[in-house]
Write a new protein. Structure first.
Length: 544
């Protein structure tokens, strides 16, 4: 089990406490540690890019220092625990539009070569992330999920809360985190080299993911259903390093699994899916995404890996990643609801539905849930974790929220408006209580659940705002089943002036921002299209 504890360091006659990754979810904090927390003593990260602008590739050369034992935002009385060269870049996709940026960096030696090193007691590596919890005002949603995953026995990114100053400007609270990659301290599977072309050496060392495809990435298509196929993206080995034999092996393995899942033998106790997958990992992955109602669950930031046959060799779900828009924080795709199953609110790989239709899988799922609810997912334990972490980060988050005006603005995907950090914490605990109670009642019938009264049987274009519009409009719409969604802007003569493809979306509520800046003032029609069907229209007035 993992959580933050306070560990005492001594330097001459000075003593202080530092936030570190510990070993027990419910470890009580000492009085001295609480005193340190009241002074906001998170590690401070200071980065200087020597006047260079940080971009999304290539990395720029920079200098990083880390200080511990720091009260407030000054470095008075602190101890520098790291000083060295790094290469840093902006990371993320949609998050790049946020004013508070997320960063990836490599630790480097004096010659600019990758340098494996411990940072704040995190195991040695050179690939790191500075995660900005901008969309999550509690700053706890990722931390909570990764902690739960580790407590459940799986690798998940370890982290430290810290405060970042970049080129002399304070940036707020960040999580210094491990990047997901193959490493003996991270995803501990076998290394694949170009020489591994046959036998047991070829059978393992693969990491795949479902996500948006970056320009340097490649993958292969899975089995096709009525709405197309999911793309399995190569994470390790990378596209530039994987050999044809390795590419063929992992593709054929996944295709073999999917072919079995389409057959009558899928649920066979010996010859079914358990030959191909680590069932326990699929169960825990399902529970973490459902407990959190993660709107990207199963389809984005979704990793899986396979080790060599001699090391077990089955496809394993995880590590879990990116839960910012979870635990009731997102207004799209039913993300705000504490009831209903996430897996039925959107399109997911078909084999999830095959698993949930199997009574043996559901029995095993329910048994695991009951076990977790007695310990790791016990409400008292979860709330103790939330309260403990809140006490550690509250002072620093007050500085962060004042800088970014977090409670004065609406962030993309926001479901609720809170006015303070205490409200953020209260909401998280209240929503989690409601979610756990709902899952207690309904998990035994998960394979039979259908959307409830909050979801209409029809698609509907609900609201266009503002009215009249000036330069842009937001369309809110609901879907009664998942489908490929587009919104078209037509003039009064029926000419299509703009078309925005939202992609495949799931059951529930959605919102899409449409720029109208290129259009002259006038009256237009917004048309909601799902697949080939025109399902609803509304009028919008565009002003100068």
């Amino acid at each position: 089990m993992n959580i933050f504890v306070l560990r005492k360091h001594t330097r001459a006659v000075q003593s202080f406490f530092v936030l570190v990754a510990g070993c027990c979810l419910m470890t009580p904090m000492t009085l001295t540690g609480q005193e340190a927390t009241r002074h906001g003593m998170l590690p401070k990260v200071r980065i200087d890019t020597h006047g260079q602008r940080i971009s999304d590739k290539p990395r720029v050369d920079a200098w990083m220092e880390i200080f511990e034992g720091v009260s407030g935002v000054t470095l008075e009385g602190s101890m520098r625990v790291y000083s060295g060269r790094i290469g840093i870049e902006i990371r993320g996709t949609s998050s790049q539009a946020w004013p508070k940026k997320q960063y990836g960096f490599k630790t480097l030696d004096e010659h600019g070569e990758e340098l494996n090193i411990e940072l704040l007691d995190l195991p040695r590596e050179h690939d790191w992330i500075l995660h900005a919890p901008y969309a999550d005002r509690s700053a706890m949603r990722n931390a909570l999920t990764y902690t739960l995953a580790r407590d459940m026995g799986w690798y998940a990114s370890r982290f430290h809360y810290c405060e970042l100053t970049l080129n002399g400007l304070y940036q707020g609270v960040y999580l210094l985190m491990e990047k997901i990659k193959r490493d003996k301290y991270r995803v501990g599977i076998s290394t694949l080299t170009p020489e591994d072309e046959s036998g047991d050496a070829l059978s393992g060392g693969y990491i795949l993911k479902f996500d948006k495809l970056d320009p340097h990435e490649e993958g292969f298509l899975g089995a096709e259903d009525s709405l197309g196929s999911f793309l399995y993206i190569h994470v390790y080995p990378k596209a530039k390093n994987i050999t044809p034999a390795q590419r063929d092996y992992i593709r054929d393995y996944v295709h073999g699994f999917e072919e079995l899942m389409r057959s009558s033998s899928a649920s066979h106790p010996q010859d079914g899916y358990s030959r191909y997958i680590d069932v326990d990992s699929f169960i825990d992955f399902f529970l973490l995404n459902e407990v959190s109602n993660n709107i990207d669950g199963y389809i984005r930031s979704t990793f899986m890996y396979k080790d060599r046959d001699s090391n077990g060799g089955r496809l394993t779900m995880g590590p879990v990643w990116d839960f910012n828009h979870a635990y009731g924080s997102a207004h799209e795709r039913g993300g705000r609801f504490s009831d209903g199953w996430r897996i039925y609110r959107q399109r997911v790989p078909f084999w999830w539905h095959v698993l949930l239709a199997d009574s043996l899988f559901v029995d095993r799922l329910v048994g695991r849930w009951e076990e977790l609810r007695r310990n790791i997912l016990h409400e008292d334990r979860l709330f103790n974790w939330i309260d403990s972490v809140a006490s550690i980060i509250e002072v620093a988050l007050q500085r962060d929220h004042a800088l970014w005006r977090s409670h004065d603005i609406v962030v993309w995907l926001d479901a609720w408006k809170t006015r303070s950090f205490s409200e953020d914490v209260h909401f998280l605990k209240t929503w989690l209580h409601d979610r756990l109670c709902w899952m207690d009642e309904h998990l035994h019938a998960v394979g039979k659940w259908r959307p409830g009264p909050e979801v209409d049987a029809l698609h509907r274009l609900e609201v266009l705002f503002p009215q009249p519009a000036a330069g842009a409009v937001t369309a809110e719409f609901s879907l009664g089943m998942y489908g490929n969604v587009s919104l078209s802007v037509l003039d009064l003569f029926g000419n299509t002036r703009k078309r925005v493809n939202a992609g495949i979306l799931g059951i529930g509520q959605h919102a899409l921002h449409i720029s109208l800046a290129s259009l002259p003032a006038g009256v237009y029609i917004i048309r909601l299209e799902v697949g080939p069907d025109i399902v609803d229209i509304k009028k919008i007035v565009l002003m100068e």
